[in-house]
Design a protein around this ligand. Structure first.
Ligand SMILES: [Zn+2]
Length: 289
């Protein structure tokens, strides 16, 4: 049995390779409860959630990593975010008829952006065109272009769980292309079913029983949305007073549902008025004169 909603890191003791394994269960189903996705969109979103959980372990600080895909294909938007504390959220938007398979047909032409935002510090964004036969291959090409650190991913998702494994060259050890070839060729023999049903320990045993692999403690992964009234207010402010007042006139209030978690936020006329008061200082001086 796999460990539910967990991330486990592992390293090869004698090879310059590290890896991670992720199994999402309740955290993945929480996303599916909030929105019904057609099968190909669900598969793509599930894989993206797993990938971001796998990549979050590269965050060496407090913050978040966000994947965003915008394209001209049927799936025109996909956003997944994972924090350094392993809170995960994601959504996808699509329109029109969906092909059964084929990443190129689902996404068309577009861009994949990965943004790393430390809570304190500078934001970093890498953008690459969507290339590759599979979603994992798109991410691998991102790594090739941006980090130049050989990285491979194996991802799978269905309506119950999403799971995956990542292998990456360890930058601090001496490069060994033969070792990299050896571990990735073996990993290519894993099936989607094995990824879903085996624990990290069983998976490593199945693939690398001849290698000396150290598996670290599991870290819990959870679905959690970081939306807040303050963040929604900032978005409304950016739309402008005129737009807000016209919504107020038409509906009597401004209602916003968080796209990630479905939580609703209401703003009445007074709330909207408050949004556009420049700051307390100027109100005060304005009242005096
Ligand atoms: Zn939310």
């Amino acid at each position: 049995m796999p460990e539910h909603d967990s991330l486990r890191r592992f390293i090869f003791e004698k090879l310059p390779v590290q890896g991670r394994h992720v199994h999402l269960d309740a955290s993945w189903r929480a996303v599916l409860e909030r929105q019904e996705y057609p099968t190909p969109v669900r598969a793509l979103l599930g894989k993206a959630m797993v990938a971001m959980a796998l990549l979050s372990a590269t965050l060496k600080f407090d913050g978040a990593i966000t994947l965003q895909i915008r394209s001209n294909g049927p799936v025109h938007l996909l956003v997944v975010q994972c924090s350094s504390r392993l809170s995960l959220r994601g959504l996808a938007r699509w329109h029109g008829d969906l092909p059964d398979s084929g990443l190129q047909k689902l996404l068309g032409d577009g861009r994949l952006a990965i943004t790393i935002e430390p809570t304190n510090g500078e934001r970093y964004q890498g953008i690459v065109p969507l290339e590759g036969e599979t979603f994992a291959a798109c991410l691998e090409s991102y790594f090739q272009r941006s980090e130049q650190l050989p990285t491979r991913l194996w991802l799978t998702a269905d309506h119950e769980c999403a799971a995956g494994m990542l292998l990456q060259v360890m930058p601090e050890r001496e490069r060994n292309p033969d070792a990299w070839q050896h571990v990735t060729v073996l990993a290519d023999t894993i099936s989607g079913k094995e990824l879903k049903t085996l624990s990290a320990e069983q998976l490593l045993q199945r693939l690398y029983h001849e290698e000396d692999v150290r598996l670290f403690e599991a870290a819990p992964v959870a679905f959690r949305c970081q939306c807040s009234r303050e963040r929604i207010e900032a978005t409304l402010r950016s739309l402008g007073a005129e737009e807000m007042h016209s919504i107020l006139c038409e509906h009597g209030k401004v209602h916003v549902d968080c796209e990630f978690c479905g939580r609703g936020y209401d703003f009445d006329a007074v709330d909207v008025q408050t949004l556009f008061i420049p700051d307390a200082q100027s109100v005060h001086s304005g009242a005096r004169h």
